[in-house]
Ligand binder design. Structure first.
Ligand code: HT7
Ligand code: ZN
Length: 863
């Protein structure tokens, strides 16, 4: 298979000044006419051909400067045009006509049909499925787009930028002309056509300009768009206030589509969203859904500057826009929480996700630096490493430079690079230059994979009242990280002493080993280090359980307070121990503390996920870990049953539903209490859960009650599941929840296996193999989010995985490749599991017609 390498980057030999597109939309035969004003590019050599990418297109004709042109070659992936009139610096016009077939496009890349409407997805390399083009992000052009379609079926015609004109055409057709005033790469092109309606708002931005905001959905979904609109308005104001960045278009549109490979897409002025990240009403969406919508709307909006105005030179630089934009959306969501403790809750949630998903990726066969050096299929590199670790790297600039220093860096970045396609180095130089700092060692974060480990050793001299800490870093050594150069690691720390000595510092660990001394420390302190998770590392620190308990009850850094509790629980679970009396007492004190944020309590009493526990083991036995974790949970549930019952009452909310952070936190703690009560005494508490299920006025509470009944194997679960399906049969996103809940059910004593349920769900009339959300809610939920049911010693879960990857691949390689990642870490498991996983991997690898996407994943797993 072909590999692409970062260091082989060549500037384009041609570029486009203007792109004219005339697209006659027809599901069976869409005719695309392009008119390209071509100029010599940075690497132009006289006589060189113009090589355009094109994929699954029917070529019709080629003209140059108005004349039919016959000197060209067609390959399955390219149109190579020779004998061009390009001597000197003059531009020439290339006109191409080609045809694509949207109704047959199940990959959901390029132009496709979803529920009778047309949509596009061009990032990363989908534009070449619409027309022949220099489909690379460093070719930026102005687009003038004419859309044509039958008016009765496609009354709405949208594209990027400003609407210039509309026209009625013969035979029931109509057209719309759109012009985007900004330079953009092809991956930001979009069109939408169909029977859609919108809600709209006009807002005034910081310069006093009026802007039109629209959210387009299928008519029956209009009532579910308010939260997305509020989130968009909040995002626009936040970007003005925090970064001085204003919306640059007269009109900004969001469109929701039910068939979509990812969360959303930041096409210039025409963001296209998975319905999951737009549609919400209290009766159908959970608090988590409301929060996700807010953050995804913000993320895509923030791309308008970090991604669109300044874009990536090549796809190796993906983290330039994604890491930065995730950091921005994290900061936005933290600010929306409305309190300091809310900010900490958001930070804990983000770190939890990073450690559950990114740390394993960084330790497995697909490990790559946030700026990868090589790929076979770029779609496989939209990873938690590029996104979430990338965001951590951006956060470290802010930790090192301060919030003001970071802002200066951002200002310089836009001053230097607005309208350009640039690299991660350009971002680093802007940060360094704006602050007069040498960040050359910081570059290692971009080039080395793996989670660094930092070992902590400490000593205290009571006579001298001196405390000493030594830190040693060891970059993870793996295939993707051969050099193992030391990172520049910012570690926030504080010494906790009864006298509150207020010793606080930002330690910059830049060498393999460094020692710091602190004077006037009145007694042996407890070291609180990597506060707020200031660096994405693993700490190797043998802190005593007594010190961890001190931190769990009193660290003023909420992240480290939570972390101490996680560490205590983790050590006990992995040692197959139950919580001891001291820990139960600490839990009790925390749960009954009237001053603590309920959302924080919920996080503190939620045990580390199985995926994170796996990371602490040399050889994983999923069944043993599940049993130990479940026993630990059962003990917390039983020992604290009085507290749980009290909390269940105290955390009831009154008045109309609001998704704000404080109300959501109360619901989260109430529903954790319900789940714990079911864990402790399922027969006693099931009626209360059924009551909550039946009487809830919002999806958070209804779903939590249903999940509690299903997970704890209650007899009432079946009837409630049936009721849920009938109640919400018309709402695809809620039916996804119904599927996902059953597929992610952990093993229940005396019940049929979850796998047999999943196989039955796959035959359900509402299951659709072509719809990514539905597939994710059944297949991915089982294989990727239900470890205790998936990892069976008989290999039945893995056989199902192999079957599913092979079935999905011809339909949608991206979705299949995500699933293929499910066995990445096979070498990390106990031998009895390994053998079965290997057999399943080999079965997939043996398929001769695998997509490049799946092939890359399974061949790296088998390397
Ligand atoms: N930038 C967007 C990436 C994306 C995408 C990539 C490949 C295939 C389909 C896709 N849909 C969206 C999403 C984002 O980070 O905002
Ligand atoms: Zn993004």
């Amino acid at each position: 298979p072909q590999s692409f390498r970062r260091l082989e980057y060549c500037a384009p030999n041609y570029t486009f000044a203007q792109v004219g597109l005339d697209i006659a939309l027809d599901p069976a035969r869409t005719i695309v006419k392009s008119r390209l004003e071509v100029l010599p590019g940075a690497s132009h050599e006289a006589g060189s051909p113009l090589v355009l990418q094109g994929h699954e297109l029917e070529f019709v004709s080629l003209r140059i400067n108005g004349e039919a042109h016959r000197q060209f070659e067609l390959t399955p992936e390219t149109l190579i045009i020779h004998a061009l009139p390009n001597e000197g610096k003059q531009s020439f016009i290339v006109e191409i006509i080609c045809v694509c077939v949207p109704e047959k496009n199940t990959s959901l890349m390029g132009l496709y049909v979803s529920n009778g409407n047309f949509f596009t997805q061009c990032e990363a390399e989908g534009f070449r499925k619409i027309t022949y083009f220099l489909d690379r992000p460093d070719v930026m052009a102005r687009y003038h787009v004419t859309l044509r379609a039958r008016e009765a079926e496609y009354p709405v015609l949208l594209s990027n930028g400003n609407l210039i004109s509309t026209e009625k055409l013969p035979n029931g057709w109509h057209s719309a002309v759109w012009e985007d005033p900004f330079l953009k790469p092809s991956y930001l092109f979009a069109l939408v056509a169909g029977k859609l309606e919108c809600i709209e708002e006009t807002i005034t931005t910081s310069s006093g300009a009026k802007k039109l905001l629209q959210i387009w959905v299928e008519p029956h979904d209009l009532k579910k768009t308010r939260h997305a609109m509020d989130s968009l308005i909040a995002s626009i104001h936040w970007d003005e206030k925090r970064y001085g960045l204003e919306l640059d278009l007269e009109r900004f549109m969001i469109v929701a589509v039910g068939d979509f490979n990812m969360g959303a897409m930041e096409n210039k002025g025409l963001n296209i969203f998975n319905t999951k990240y737009v549609l919400a009403r209290p009766e159908t969406a959970t608090d988590a859904d409301f929060a996700n919508i807010e953050s995804v709307v913000a993320h895509e909006y923030f791309h308008n500057w970090t991604g669109n105005r300044v874009t990536c030179r090549d796809w190796f630089q993906l983290s330039l826009k994604e890491g930065l934009t995730v950091f921005r959306d994290q900061e936005f969501s933290a600010d929306q929480m409305g309190s300091e403790s809310g900010r900490a809750v958001k930070r804990i949630e983000d770190v939890r996700l990073l450690r559950q998903l990114q740390f394993p990726e960084d330790a497995g066969p697909m490990a790559h630096p946030i700026r990868p050096d090589e790929y076979q299929e770029i779609n496989n590199f939209y990873t938690v490493t590029v996104y979430e670790k990338g965001a951590e790297v951006v956060r470290m600039y802010q930790t090192l430079l301060g919030v003001d220093g970071f802002r200066k860096g951002m200002d310089l970045y836009f001053q230097r690079h607005d309208g350009q396609a640039v690299t991660c180095d350009d971002f680093l130089f802007a940060m360094a230059d704006a602050n007069g700092r040498d960040l050359s060692q910081f570059k290692n974060w971009y080039s080395q994979a793996g989670t660094p480990k930092v070992r902590v050793e400490e000593s205290y001299d009571a006579d001298k009242r001196q405390y000493q800490v030594t830190l040693r870093q060891s970059p993870a050594v793996n295939a993707a990280n051969k050099d193992g150069k030391p990172f520049h690691i910012p570690l926030k720390m504080r010494l906790l002493t009864p006298a509150d000595d207020r010793v606080e510092a930002l330690l910059e660990l830049t060498q393999d080993q460094q020692t710091w001394n602190f004077d006037d420390v009145t007694s042996r302190p407890v070291l609180s280090i990597n506060r707020s998770f200031s660096a994405p590392i693993n700490l190797d620190f043998n802190q005593s359980e007594a010190d961890l308990l001190t931190m769990f009850s009193s660290d003023d850094d909420a992240f480290n307070r939570w972390e101490a509790g996680q560490k205590l629980a983790m050590q006990m679970i992995l040692g197959n121990r139950l919580p001891d009396a001291a820990l139960i007492e600490a839990y009790r004190n925390l749960l009954t503390d009237p001053d603590l944020d309920p959302a924080f309590k919920e996080l503190a009493l939620t045990l580390p996920a199985e995926a994170y526990l796996y990371e602490q083991c040399a050889s994983v036995d999923p069944q043993k870990i599940y049993a130990a974790r479940r026993a630990f949970r059962h003990a917390i549930a039983s020992e604290l049953r009085i507290e749980w019952a009290a909390l269940y009452q105290q955390m009831q909310t009154s008045g109309p539903f609001s998704p704000d952070a404080a109300s959501a936190g109360k619901r989260a703690l109430k529903n954790l209490a319900l789940s714990m009560l079911l864990e402790a005494d399922p027969l006693i508490w099931a009626p209360m859960a059924v009551n909550q299920y039946q009487n809830a006025d919002n999806m958070t509470d209804r779903y939590a009650a249903l999940a509690g009944l299903v997970i704890h194997g209650s007899k009432s679960a079946a009837a409630c599941l049936e009721d849920f399906y009938i109640r919400f049969a018309d709402d695809a996103l809620v039916i996804d929840k119904w599927f996902a809940l059953q597929s992610s059910r952990p093993p229940v004593a005396n019940a049929e296996s979850t796998l047999s349920d999943v196989k039955r769900l796959r035959e359900h009339e509402a299951f659709k193999m072509n719809n990514p959300n539905r597939v994710r809610s059944v297949i991915h939920a089982f294989c990727m989010s239900n470890p205790a049911s998936f990892h069976q010693v008989d290999g039945s879960g893995y056989a199902f995985w192999a079957e599913s990857v092979l079935a999905l691949d011809p339909i949608n390689p991206q979705i299949a490749a995500r699933l293929a990642r499910g066995l990445d870490r096979w070498r990390h498991f106990a031998p009895i599991y390994q053998e079965q996983m290997l057999a399943a991997l080999k079965r997939v690898a043996a398929c001769e017609t695998l997509s490049a996407d799946v092939k890359e994943v399974v061949s790296k797993a088998l390397e």
